[in-house]
Design a protein around this ligand. Structure first.
Ligand SMILES: Cc1cc2nc3c(=O)[nH]c(=O)nc-3n(C[C@H](O)[C@H](O)[C@H](O)COP(=O)(O)OP(=O)(O)OC[C@H]3O[C@@H](n4cnc5c(N)ncnc54)[C@H](O)[C@@H]3O)c2cc1C
Length: 457
């Protein structure tokens, strides 16, 4: 039996636990910190991330939080450069609608309290013009800030010729792109270890409170960890850990899937930004397929209107030849399995759905390339799709979780915020809104319940 004492024990070595451990050591190098997880760092949910980031949200609190996280990622990109391979071609939101009043007012509200100098511009382009900067370069340093709204079909087809010619409006979010989250996690782990942090490969089985802190029993009882404070960063197992303190957090786990494959027919230009189809749709089935689905109890739902937000982007950089598709249409909470069972039909469903925006993808109906990867993981999330970062009810215990489909882009911001809370350092003004304490703020919860969008992608 190995018993060791630490100031802080971080439970979970996904991107959120790693980031919290990293910022604890950054802010207070003398602090003794251990990071415990039974599996390899970044190997559970964090291994499934699409590695996309954006500062586009329906509420200013989430915009400010992710803007700060992107600031921190830029600092990292400045320090370690290629290791995190941060690119920025933006997010391209597409709709067939020409009337975008409500979309514009959502954009204005989302960016209304931006603290990045002046409020980012929302530039509306009614006709083709040279003031719009196309996303030719992937370099984040060269990308403009703000949002461009393209309202001319001709302009849209000039810039994005593979998009459906039915698209009438494109909203181009500029502070958005992709990042190598594994490079980021590896850097954080290396820094943490070099700063004296200790990684323990064990599963925490129980926690007991003592006068001076906590005793954590681990599986096989090879390690007993004594800690003054604890961070719960257990991802989809957030509530499993919370229950060890007799607490329940308002989170559920929803399985979401992705498909990546070799774009053998070169349907998607390598310079295409991350594209999102905002419109709800009927999936493009043939008449025979439709008839058979309509008679199926299990799959009838696939003949009904499906939600928008299907997305597509090239994968592997300008010289790669893969594409990645995703569609977070599932909204049912489930129990967690280390090896979740995926839906066999998902690849065909997502290709059909994505082809409504990128018609060239139709070439893959019923004949996806052999080189492909169908994968998935859990969005551990609250009803309002905001994270939980801050003190739990039990004194000395903190949570950094409920990171849904934004944990990669928000990792730096979440780790920094959790570390600051634990260390009693100055906090950003939005900290209470992201902490479990927000459930005591009836006005905020009412406002969140009334939002028509939750920012789920
Ligand atoms: C399909 C998919 C696509 C996504 N795409 C994006 C994207 O494009 N951009 C983005 O920003 N985000 C994306 N996300 C979200 C992002 O991946 C997650 O929010 C993030 O990885 C969550 O990290 P985590 O550290 O909280 O959880 P995890 O990575 O799951 O880490 C939690 C860790 O806790 C450990 N643990 C659990 N129980 C115990 C215990 N008892 N003792 C010790 N350790 C324990 C687990 O083993 C695990 O390693 C996506 C998610 C999915 C599923």
């Amino acid at each position: 039996m190995n018993t060791k004492g630490y100031d802080v024990a971080v439970i979970g070595a996904g991107i959120i636990g790693l980031s919290t451990a990293y910022y604890l050591k950054k802010h207070q190098p003398q602090l003794s910190v251990c990071l415990t997880d039974p599996v390899q760092p970044m190997s559970f949910t964090s291994a499934q991330s699409g590695e996309n980031y954006r500062n586009w949200w329906p509420h200013p609190v989430m915009t400010q939080f992710t803007d700060h996280s992107i600031d921190l990622m830029e600092d990292l990109a400045g320090d370690i450069g290629t290791q995190i391979n941060m690119t920025r071609r933006g997010y391209v939101l597409c709709t067939r609608s020409a009337n975008i009043e409500s979309l514009l007012s959502e954009l204005h509200y989302g960016y209304s309290e931006s603290k990045r100098g002046s409020q980012p511009a929302i530039r509306v382009h009614e006709a083709p013009n040279s003031s719009y900067l196309p996303p030719d370069s992937e370099m984040w340093q060269q990308a403009p800030d703000g949002v461009d709204v393209l309202k001319s079909q001709k302009h849209i087809q000039q810039i994005f010729p593979t998009l459906s010619d039915q698209v009438n409006t494109v909203v181009h979010i500029r502070r958005a792109g992709a990042i190598d989250s594994h490079g980021m996690g590896q850097h954080m782990l290396r820094y943490f270890k070099e700063a004296g942090g200790v990684r323990i490969q064990s599963e925490v089985m129980s926690v007991t409170g003592t006068d001076s802190g906590f005793v954590l029993e681990t599986k096989g009882a090879q390690n007993r960890i004594l800690a003054t404070q604890i961070v719960n960063a257990a991802g989809p197992y957030l509530n499993h850990i919370a229950e060890m303190f007799g607490e329940t957090l308002p989170v559920s786990n929803v399985l979401q899937q992705k498909l990546a494959f070799e774009d053998t027919s070169q349907t998607v230009p390598r310079t295409l930004p991350f594209c999102i189809d905002l419109d709800a749709q009927q999936i493009d089935w043939t008449e025979d397929e439709l008839a058979s689905l309509q008679h199926s109890e299990e799959f009838h739902w696939l003949t009904e209107t499906m939600p928008g937000a299907i997305h597509c982007r090239p994968e592997g950089g300008d010289h790669g030849n893969w594409v990645k598709l995703g569609w977070a249409f599932n909204d049912r909470g489930t129990s967690v399995d280390r090896n979740p069972e995926l839906m066999d039909a998902f690849p065909e469903i997502v290709v059909r759905g994505a082809a409504q925006l990128q018609p060239a993808l139709k070439t893959y109906y019923q004949q996806l390339p052999r080189s492909r990867r169908h994968y998935g993981g859990y969005y551990n999330m609250t009803e309002e799709n905001w994270p939980l970062i801050g003190a739990m009810k039990t004194d000395g215990v903190f949570v950094a979780g409920a990171m849904s489909g934004f944990g990669t882009m928000a990792a730096c911001g979440a780790g920094d915020l959790c570390a600051r809370t634990l260390l009693n350092l100055p906090l950003p003004h939005y900290a209470p809104a992201l902490s479990p304490a927000r459930y005591g703020n009836a006005g905020l919860m009412k406002e969140l319940a009334a939002l028509s969008q939750k920012g789920i992608l």
